[in-house]
Design a protein around this ligand. Structure first.
Ligand code: FCB
Length: 506
């Protein structure tokens, strides 16, 4: 027996063993529940100046050297050229669903108006390929990559002018792709991105004001702009949902939702102020976005603390926003401990308004402003988030749109990731058994990508991508094999594949 074959058998045994010990199987989830994985356009595609694509504000941001590792998404995982190979892997892994985003500036390089035929062809090819393999398609319209031209023209998400342009862009997507795509998410992580883009300046357009910026601020006002951006985006989202319902839903029968960043908040101490602070954290992080969608207005506690800096909805707007969703998507990675912080009287940003301190653990030091890094995994936290959303917002359909673990470690033997994913999947199952309406679970990420906070320093992929090699070769990690074994779709598990070159650890 060759060494590779021997290694393969060992690996197969290990993966089967891991599947047996997690204590649940695919069959414990409903048949129409979907397991998938995801990518996003700027993080995956590369080819930023090819075939008519115009820059998005990520290109501007990375080219200004704003990433900690000074990286760019110019090539990223080269998905523009390698999508066919990748979708074959998606299918061979046995994924039931695939989540990706459309690059607005690839499809409509001027932000509005003419459609780029090459962009249209690229997304049609991806969609056709997924349909061919019987994989459910989940598309995000905006995953932090606004056409730079609209940022330059009127300040992007800070201007109500975005509402018309975003709606027209969505109209084109529904018209062109809606015959084959039924799950649409308007915006990825509206809460987290608004804070990072307009509060701390860590995401494009990198706006913030002293002393709240984590990078050098490209103009801005951290006390007001995150609230303005969310307000405008909610109106744009509602406008897109209205369009879909009036013009497409009857025929295409799809669903449109929105996505938020989520973490579970535990009170640091069992004191009434920490308990209140924990509820405040939930209202600021979840309620900021979800409360208007469910009840037509922002949470009372935000209105009280943020005051006139929080824009208000007219009656008509409130009516448009209320119920403008078919599902909520959550991205979830960890839990935090929350303690009360006295509210400051001077100029405050989002975190100052929330007036809490975060800790990564019960014993850790306060993290100062913002969320701490290097937080230990807490699978139970996902269950608690899901159960909270059920109770607080009337049991809406939920998708875990992103869950995964990043590591500087490039290894193919990612036992830690397998452990992480299986424990969070278990936690999702526990939430479902407690009556939460969860419809799907997606691993972030299908493969290593350009990461929003860390460039190429953090690997999230089920598949490894070698970013030092211009050809960007892919290799299956153990987690890909494990996930494949868990799904074991039609016997097409990766475990049954021969030791084809490039798939085996070297
Ligand atoms: C989320 C983003 C996603 C990815 C993960 C690690 O905030 O939505 O694109 O970068 O973090």
């Amino acid at each position: 027996m060759g060494l590779a074959a021997f290694f393969f058998i060992l690996l197969s045994l290990w993966v089967q063993d891991a599947a047996a010990t997690i204590g649940f199987t695919r069959g414990d989830f409903a048949q129409d529940f979907v397991f998938g994985a995801g990518t996003s356009a700027y993080q995956y595609e590369g080819a930023v100046a090819e075939d008519g694509r115009s820059p998005s504000f990520w290109d501007t941001f990375t080219h200004a050297g704003k990433m900690p590792d000074k990286s760019t998404g110019d090539i990223a995982a080269d998905g523009y050229h390698k999508y066919k190979e990748d979708l074959k892997l998606v299918s061979e892994t046995g994924l039931e669903a695939y989540r990706f985003s459309i690059s607005w500036s690839r499809l409509i390089p001027n932000g509005r108006g003419a459609v780029n035929p090459k962009g249209l062809e690229y997304y049609n090819n991806i969609i056709d390929e997924l349909v061919k393999h019987g994989i459910q398609i989940h598309i995000t319209l905006h995953h932090v990559d606004l056409p730079q031209i609209l940022e330059d023209e009127y300040g992007g998400w800070l201007s109500p002018r975005i509402i018309e342009d975003f709606t027209a862009y969505a109209d084109i997507c529904f018209r062109e792709f809606g015959d084959r795509v039924t799950y649409w998410t308007t915006v990825n992580e509206l809460n987290g991105c608004a804070i990072a883009s307009y509060g701390s300046g860590q995401f494009p357009p990198g706006r913030c004001s002293d002393p709240f910026g984590i990078t050098q601020c490209a103009g801005g006002n951290s006390s007001t702009e995150p609230y303005i951006a969310v307000h405008t985006t909610l109106l744009a989202h509602a406008s897109v949902v209205k369009l879909y319902r009036e013009k497409y839903k009857a025929e295409q029968k799809g669903a449109v939702g929105i996505n938020i960043y989520s973490f579970w908040s535990y009170p640091f101490k069992n004191s009434s102020v920490d308990l209140e602070a924990t509820q405040r954290a939930k209202d600021f992080m979840f309620g900021w976005i979800l409360e208007p969608l469910v009840s037509g207005d922002y949470p009372e506690v935000m209105k009280k603390i943020v005051g006139s800096r929080l824009p208000s909805f007219t009656k008509v707007q409130s009516g448009l926003i209320k119920d403008s969703f078919d599902f909520f998507g959550i991205n979830h990675y960890y839990s935090l401990y929350v303690s009360d912080r006295p509210i400051e009287t001077g100029v405050r940003d989002f975190y100052g308004d929330m007036s809490i301190s975060y800790r990564a653990s019960r014993t850790g030091p306060p993290a100062g402003q913002g969320a701490p890094t290097n937080v230990p995994s807490d699978p139970k936290g996902l269950q608690l988030v899901l159960e909270y959303l059920k109770e607080a917002y009337g049991n809406p359909p939920l998708y875990v749109h992103e869950n995964g673990v990043g590591s500087p470690n490039d290894s193919l033997n990612d036992n830690d990731r397998v452990e992480y994913l299986s424990s969070y999947m278990r936690s999702t199952l526990d939430a479902i058994r407690n009556g939460v309406n969860v419809r799907g679970y997606f691993v972030w990420a299908f493969k290593d990508l350009f990461e929003l906070l860390a460039g190429y320093q953090s690997k999230y992929g089920l598949y490894r991508v070698d970013f030092d090699d211009v050809r960007r070769p892919r290799q299956a990690r153990l987690s890909a094999r494990w996930y494949s074994g868990f799904l074991n779709k039609n016997g097409s598990s990766l475990l049954l594949l021969t030791t084809q070159e490039g798939l085996m650890p070297k």
